[in-house]
Design a protein around this ligand. Structure first.
Ligand SMILES: [Cu+2]
Length: 185
């Protein structure tokens, strides 16, 4: 973690130097965090998000790549365990989503609720065995439906070959917010 932070900071420092905003970096850790939280970070983020720099996914999750499609925001608006962020799983061929995770006043959650993956990646939903019977049913963007089961260790997987947004839900618990989304890049 420390190495990552330092790498991020040195990247920032380098970028700031390029922008000609050198100086006052003695407290760069604090300054960086303030930038991330405030509107001031926007400029820096845009500067730091060239579309042709795949190495960015190796460092801390850049906010510039975390733009959430409105379709996802709306779909997950009543999902208690969705905090507005999309888990970045790009660069991973195998991505797992917990089914029956804690959330929505019980074990009625997919965790993470929203993930970003790359084309060709396989998502495996893994049942915790908690919260009763669950399934995974595509709502839009794809067509799949798992069995409705309650056993711990049950898995269901799908490979996503084309980019787009997939929304899905659990039939028995859709009403309490057991819903998820996958963004395929
Ligand atoms: Cu369920």
């Amino acid at each position: 973690m420390t190495n990552d932070s330092r790498r991020t900071l040195s990247r920032r420092t380098a970028l700031l130097s390029l922008s000609g905003i050198v100086g006052g970096l003695a407290g760069c850790s604090t300054a960086g965090e303030e930038n991330d939280g405030g509107g001031g970070g926007e400029t820096e983020t845009q500067t730091a998000t060239p579309t042709s720099t795949p190495t960015r996914t190796e460092t801390a999750t850049p906010s510039g790549e975390n733009e959430v499609p409105s379709e996802v925001t709306e779909w997950l608006s009543d999902v208690g365990n969705y905090d507005g962020t999309v888990a970045d799983r790009t660069g991973q061929n195998e991505v797992s989503v917990t089914t029956g995770a804690e959330g929505n006043d019980g074990n009625f959650a997919f965790e993470p609720a929203a993930v970003r993956i790359e084309t060709g990646s396989t998502v495996t939903w893994e049942w915790t065995g908690k919260g009763g019977s669950h399934n995974v049913v595509a709502d839009s963007g794809a067509d799949f439906e798992s069995d409705l089961v309650s056993e711990e260790g049950f898995t269901f997987e799908q490979t996503f070959e084309s980019s787009g947004v997939i929304t899905y839900y659990c039939t028995p618990h859709r009403g309490v917010g057991m819903k998820g989304a996958i963004i395929v890049k």
